[in-house]
Design a protein around this ligand. Structure first.
Ligand SMILES: Nc1ncnc2c1ncn2[C@@H]1O[C@H](COP(=O)(O)OP(=O)(O)O)[C@@H](O)[C@H]1O
Ligand SMILES: [Mg+2]
Length: 156
């Protein structure tokens, strides 16, 4: 693990933009874990990632759906996105395993909200993004590369 990188995101559109940049460099098999409290901007960031990948379907946090697959859209990067909101799993490993994300992860990018301390088991190579709120609407993203990610971020 290398040094975390912090990014200031003053507005929602900054968070979207940051997600788009991230989505532009993700490859099949990449796992991204999003952490931070309710309202921190995890779903906004996931939307940006979906935009950057160029996938179909609206990214949201539906109450009854835990994982949603977004197919590649025309003009996108041709990589599907599996967006998981693990909030309702409450840290339940058996339920996480039931989602078969390890199979999905071969061809898709998997982004897991509330994934910290839970979804690391899917791949030791993962990118953790922790989002924190400040007194104003600014969010601070702390990007923590694990495994092979340390290398990829250094290489830009
Ligand atoms: N800088 C910012 N980055 C991201 N979201 C922001 C920012 N400022 C305000 N917001 C608002 O905060 C909320 C974040 O919600 P959401 O992404 O659903 O959070 P989470 O998925 O972490 O619970 C949205 O209503 C968004 O408009
Ligand atoms: Mg959310």
């Amino acid at each position: 693990m290398t040094e975390p990188v912090t990014v200031r995101l003053p507005t929602e559109s900054d968070t979207l933009h940051f997600g788009r940049k991230l989505g532009g460099l993700l490859r099949p098999g990449d796992l991204v874990l999003l952490a931070g409290p309710l309202g921190a901007g995890k779903t906004v960031l996931a939307k940006g990632i979906a935009d950057g990948l160029g996938v179909a379907g609206r990214v949201s946090s539906p109450t009854f759906i835990i994982a949603r697959e977004h197919r590649p859209a025309p003009g996108g990067r041709g990589v599907p996105l599996v967006h998981v909101d693990a909030y309702r799993l409450g840290g339940n490993l058996a339920e996480l395993d039931d989602l078969d994300l390890d199979t999905e992860l071969v061809d898709a990018v998997v982004v897991v909200e509330w994934g910290e301390h839970l979804a690391e088991r899917l791949s030791e190579d993962h990118l953790l993004v922790r989002l924190a709120r400040t007194e104003d609407e600014t969010r601070i993203a702390t990007v923590v590369p694990h495994g092979g990610w340390a290398h990829r971020l250094r290489l830009g």
